[in-house]
Design a binder for this molecule. Structure first.
Ligand code: ATP
Length: 577
């Protein structure tokens, strides 16, 4: 019930348009009723050979309802589609806006295929919430009231018969269908999500799947999910066909009963014989309003299941709270970490009592064994996760007081995983600065040493680089990421394993571009490679979440501590190669 009201609240802002669509739905069915009963009256009356003047009102009525039915049907379709598309776009924007503050901390437990399925398939299902759950019962109730008044004018027994069959087809049949198809709506939503998740996962990991010879197993798994979905869809279609037949049966039974009751009334002279066909066709035409009701519970169940999946995500509280929403520019761009401790799970510390300072324009490298907490330091600085103990200051301003937007405006990141979009080189660059001129772009491309490469491409800046920059080499990808960071021109630069995975020559080229990028910026560089660190002002050595050593390259080598050991080891590894 809670999910139902939350869904109602979501669609509520469109209530005026929805009311119009419902009203037009009633007018369409009403016109259909009007057309058939005036036609029936006209034919019956004409059989008695009256003067044309006596038929005039009925003739005008037939024309009027004939045209009105077409016009109202058009308007009803127009308004209901308009409302549906507005609702869909609103739901998608609402879900995306709710998702954004949750990334990445609160979303790390969801698979990306699952998230995609929620934003596409589940939102799509919700269009039925208005179209097939809310609107049809309201139209049906209004038509029922109208028809009860109509039949009541002739005889109360006719109104009772009409009511009985209307309730049978519009309430009891849907309840029966609900019993028969219980859980199917939910299963359909789950089956769709499962197949979408598997498809996205296998497309993302296609190279590994082929490399590890798992193609057949994955295909089989997708096939099974697909068969399950098809089976459920088949069952739903079967149920829908059964309800259509039953609904039609009840309508014809209602028609038959109406005639059985009306004929004696006509014989007794209580009702004029010309109305006999009118009473019968009134049933046929108005039962259109019942047609959509039997599957209402199915669509309700589907909508509730989809709504629940969406609310499950949107109810997550963002891990990072921002007190300040206005843009604040700190007095300088130095960084100070003060007594910083942090744990992802509330038990094991990933960082413990970290203290260090990077003056504005200073260059600091963070090294340490795998799992030491280096990336965590960056996660906290970028406000991906919130911390409780200690503080990070950016030019004397606690970063918790800066909005996430202010923070991302001030920081440029080049990491091993920097995301490049499946777009052109130009579009990937413009992400950093949408207003950048051609000259600005050419300048950063030159500084990132990509000029020659782009010149040789037939489409130059308009070249599509594929998913994640797939069509570029590792070094080209990193240099494009550097060019983008250069274009952003942020005062703080974070480099997270920016050269890892590159061969020595490419690494050297990328490092040259990186040192160019560092000029005049406060720089924090996370690295496993111990080459080139002499150029850094300070090196921090992390181990098991603690800052165990700190100093210049020279000082750390002289101390013969953990850094010295790591350095010796890396030299031996290079020598052994
Ligand atoms: N998102 C996360 N959720 C839970 N624990 C995490 C998460 N990210 C990292 N950790 C844990 O926090 C600790 C520090 O991880 P972190 O990624 O900061 O190390 P690192 O020094 O960057 O390692 P590497 O050099 O291998 O990238 C590790 O024990 C890791 O398992």
């Amino acid at each position: 019930m809670k999910v139902f009201f939350r869904l109602v609240k979501l669609v509520a802002p469109q209530w005026q348009r929805m009311l119009w669509a419902i009203l037009l739905g009633c007018l369409t069915v009403g016109s259909n009723v009007g057309l058939l009963i005036t036609s029936a009256y006209l034919i019956s009356k004409a059989a008695l050979h009256p003067s044309v003047a006596e038929l005039m009102v009925a003739i005008v009525g037939v024309r009027f309802f004939g045209i009105a039915r077409a016009v109202f049907r058009y308007l009803e379709r127009y308004f209901s589609h308009d409302v549906t598309f507005r609702l869909l776009s609103r739901l998608r924007v609402w879900f995306y806006q709710a998702l954004e503050p949750l990334a990445p901390a609160s979303l790390q437990n969801y698979r990306s295929g699952d998230l995609l399925s929620r934003i596409v398939a589940d939102v799509e299902v919700l269009k039925n919430f208005y179209l097939r759950v809310l609107a049809p019962p309201l139209v049906a109730v209004l038509i029922l009231m109208l028809m009860l008044i109509f039949y009541g004018q002739f005889d109360h027994s006719l109104a009772y018969v009409y009511l009985f069959f209307f309730v049978l087809a519009g309430v009891l049949l849907p309840l029966g269908v609900r019993q028969l198809g219980a859980g199917r709506g939910r299963q359909l939503v789950a089956a769709r999500a499962e197949i979408n998740t598997k498809l996205v996962d296998s497309i993302q990991g296609m190279t590994e799947i082929i490399a590890y010879g798992q193609r057949q197993a994955v295909e089989e798994s997708i096939k099974q999910s697909n068969e399950r979905l098809i089976k459920l869809q088949g069952q739903t279609a079967g149920l829908s066909a059964l309800t259509n037949s039953l609904s039609s049966l009840f309508m014809h039974l209602a028609l038959w009963f109406m005639l059985v009751l009306s004929i004696p009334l006509v014989t007794a002279g209580q009702i004029n014989g010309v109305y006999l066909a009118v009473l019968a066709l009134g049933v046929l035409s108005s039962f259109e309003a019942v047609g959509a009701l039997p599957m209402t519970f199915h669509y309700l169940e589907e909508s509730l299941a989809a709504g629940k999946r969406l609310f499950h995500i949107t109810s997550n509280r963002p891990t990072v709270s921002t007190r300040e929403t206005t843009k604040v520019t700190p007095p300088n761009f130095g960084l100070r970490f003060e007594g910083l401790s942090f744990s992802y799970d509330g038990h094991t510390y990933a960082l413990r009592d970290i203290n260090f300072t990077i003056p504005q324009g200073g260059r600091v490298a963070v090294v340490g064994p795998s799992g030491a907490g280096k990336s965590t330091l960056v996660n906290l600085l970028l406000r991906f996760w919130d911390y409780e103990q200690g503080a990070i200051y950016l030019g004397e301003q606690n970063i918790k007081e800066l909005s996430t937007q202010s923070m991302s405006d001030l920081v440029a990141v080049v990491s091993q995983r920097t995301h490049l979009f499946n777009a052109t080189i130009r579009e990937n660059l413009l992400l950093a600065k949408p207003t950048a001129s051609e000259e600005e772009m050419a300048a950063v491309i030159r500084r990132a040493r990509l000029e020659d490469f782009i010149r040789e491409l037939p489409d130059g800046y308009q070249t599509y680089i594929g998913e994640g920059g797939f069509k570029l080499s590792g070094g080209q990808r990193q240099r494009l990421a550097i060019a983008r960071a250069l274009l952003k021109d942020a005062p703080i630069l974070i480099l997270d394993e920016a050269t890892s995975g590159l061969d020595a020559v490419t690494e050297q080229e990328v490092l040259t571009a990186i040192f160019d990028l560092m000029q005049g910026r406060t720089c924090l560089m996370i690295t496993h490679r111990l080459t080139g660190l002499e150029k850094m002002d300070q090196i921090l050595v992390l181990s098991a979440g603690r800052l165990v050593e700190q100093g210049s390259h020279q000082e750390l080598l002289r101390n013969q501590g953990l850094f010295y050991e790591m350095w010796q080891l890396s030299r031996q590894t290079i020598a052994n190669l």
